[in-house]
Design a protein around this ligand. Structure first.
Ligand code: PLP
Length: 395
């Protein structure tokens, strides 16, 4: 059945692709060995460095984020290597399962999935590892299943304080291009990114940003790899080319998305996401519902996971909102299935997108018979009105 109006894609990624990016992708595919392609390749690789906050190498894979997770591990580690992984939620759990399947030995620091990575726990474990058996520490920057953001600078400080040589690997799949990130300044060795969230592209590209220390580790690493091998990629990328057929049209889109992020300014992009996160949480509190992330310093600027009261179904609410209001919200993943719904407020997103999404949720809560107070949308309007977006006001 036809659903009039534009679908509200309020899952925490893939996010809505702006028309400018769609238009950029909608171009004839070019010869990926031509001189023109070399220029395109160099533009995308250079542009991505600014987003990661690095002057080092960035690798672009024609793959979803899971591929770039695998690439980070197989390029730097050897069979049986111990890796310290923080289980902040479903995505951290999936990365750990992937590591196990590759023949690594993950050691888990668990949380209750309602807070960010346990920095003190990381430091304590590394201090105890006097033989330096742990080869890498893996952290998900923004845990998309819970809406908690980890403090990567603090994780680096903990590793340094413990005097431990482990590599630091960070998943920024749902934070890149929407939450402040500094690969070089925070001493990250491998950063993993994806195209379909803050970068405002369709799914299909993923990234590794790589430190010199990670490149040195890749010389010794013995896990089998071929497609993911950094070596051939970095060599070919020097002139803007790829060792195999690149996702040419996605790269057209990436150039456009990078231009858009730089036109707005990365600091403004980060501030916009924080402001929308705060307005969303205020609406949730006004409804009398609970935000899953229970540590105020850990709340995510890009998504909010909301708990439904005992005896009610988050999936039932999502179904009503999808069918009757033409809006998608994120589902509860893993142990959070049916317990939470997730509101994505990331990417190409403005005040009215947020207010439309919150209105849909407020209507949905009534229709689903979930007990709540009215006025969440109004609280968000008041918050946004009192804090006008400086950029829009002065334009
Ligand atoms: N890590 C995080 C934080 C994610 O949010 C996702 C996907 O949503 C992934 C990893 C997996 O990425 P993909 O589904 O693109 O393979």
């Amino acid at each position: 059945m036809r659903k009039p109006g534009r679908h509200f894609l309020q899952i925490p990624g893939p996010s809505t692709v702006p028309d400018r990016v769609l238009r950029a992708i909608d171009f004839q595919t070019m010869d990926h060995r031509s001189p023109e392609f070399g220029e395109l390749g160099l533009r995308t690789l250079e542009g991505m460095k600014t987003i990661f906050g690095t002057t080092g190498d960035v690798i672009i894979y024609p793959a979803s984020g899971t591929g770039a997770w695998e690439a980070a591990l197989v390029n730097t580690l050897s069979p049986g290597d111990r890796v310290l992984m923080c289980e902040t939620g479903q995505f951290a759990w999936l990365w750990q399962r992937l590591a196990k399947r590759l023949g690594l030995e993950p050691e888990i620091i668990e949380t209750d999935w309602r807070q960010a990575a346990d920095v003190a726990g990381i430091e304590a474990r590394l201090r105890a590892d006097t033989a330096h058996e742990i080869k890498a520490v893996c952290v998900v920057h923004n845990e998309t299943s819970t809406g908690c953001t980890s403090d990567i600078a603090a994780v680096r400080a903990a590793i340094t304080a413990a005097g431990h040589p482990a590599l630091l690997m960070v998943d920024t799949i749902s934070s890149l291009g929407s939450v402040e990130y500094r690969h070089d300044d925070w001493g990250v060795d491998v950063t993993v990114g994806g195209s379909q969230k803050g970068l405002m592209l369709p799914p299909g590209l993923s990234f590794n940003a790589v430190s010199e220390k990670a490149k040195a580790a890749s010389e010794e690493a013995r896990l089998p790899k071929s497609f993911w091998d950094w070596g051939e990629m970095i060599a070919a990328n020097k002139t803007g080319y790829f060792p195999y057929t690149p996702a040419t049209n996605m790269l057209y889109g990436l150039v456009e998305a990078l231009d858009m992020l730089h036109e707005e300014g990365l600091e403004a992009v980060y501030a916009r996401h924080k402001r929308h996160g705060a307005a969303t949480r205020l609406a949730v509190e006004t409804w009398g519902l609970e935000v899953l992330c229970r540590v105020p310093e850990h709340v995510s600027p890009v998504l909010t996971a909301v708990m439904v009261p005992e005896g009610h179904s988050a999936d039932g609410l999502r179904r009503i909102i999808h069918t009757e209001l033409n809006m998608s919200l994120g589902n509860g993943l893993g142990r959070l299935q049916d317990r939470v719904f997730r509101i994505g407020h990331l990417g190409d997103f403005n005040d009215l997108t947020l207010l439309g999404a919150l209105s849909g949720i407020e209507i949905g809560l009534s229709r689903a018979g979930i007990p709540h107070n009215r006025g969440g949308v109004q609280a968000a309007i008041d918050y946004l009105t009192a804090r006008p977006d400086e950029q829009l006001v002065h334009r």
